[in-house]
Design a protein around this ligand. Sequence first.
Ligand code: HEM
Length: 247
Amino acid sequence: MSSDSKVILFEELAKHNHKNDCWLLINGKEKIALMFTGRFELNNSSAGYEGKVFAIMQVLTDILAQIHCMRIDVELSHNLASSILPQLQLTVSLWELFPYAKFLSASCVFLDHTTMIPSKPPICKLWINFSEGEHIMLVYDVTSFLDDHPGGDEVLLTAAEKDATNEFEDVGHSDSAREMMGKYYIGEIDASSIPKEHVQETPSATPGVMNQPNRGSDFMIKILQFLVPLLILGVAFALRSSIKKEE
Ligand code: HEM
């Protein structure tokens, strides 16, 4: 979660449930990048502080354009004086990359490891670890989108006041629909404020836990799909032969 990301309580979300004011709650992570480790040498000749920050952001943005990753932790260290390790901690959500400028200003904080005050980064190496992160539920204010939503405003209004992840995913929204969401993003929900009855059986319901496919129940469903028609056929044959015998 980035430092300026607004944390919204479910109680607050639930108030925005009508045509003039409609918020949606949807799991922010569509696809998961399990782990990515990169190492980048920043160019010594790159101009000043802004130049370096820009170079880092460009690398991140290029990678993020190819994968969907909810959380990134970046550690920045330099090889000159190991006692003072300036650090850059970034935790961003994919949607905050839009617009790019917000990402830069919101999340780019360099901290001096010892004094913990913002400092200029030295010539540095950059290691990037993409970790799995938590499943974060994001809140979208779709009021201005209600009239333009291709699926109509009614579906959005009925999806308010609850976790709308399953409804959203069931439609199979396109990538461009997902990109549009960035425009309406207003914050993240405080997961502990969601009442139990509103928690769906999705990854969003278990923050910090990976979206493991439920192999056991999938297997059972497949077996049942095979067995039930056989069972019906068997009963039909049994009935038929018993009726024939009676004749
Ligand atoms: C911020 C949230 C949302 C955005 C930006 C969004 C955007 C879109 C877009 C662009 C489409 C056109 C088809 C596509 O490109 O996939 C679409 C279709 C649709 N959406 Fe959404 N949507 C949102 C939330 C939802 C939710 C929560 C639901 C269900 C409760 C929903 C239900 C539908 C339906 C039923 C269609 C029509 C599908 C069809 O006719 O094939 N949408 N949406």
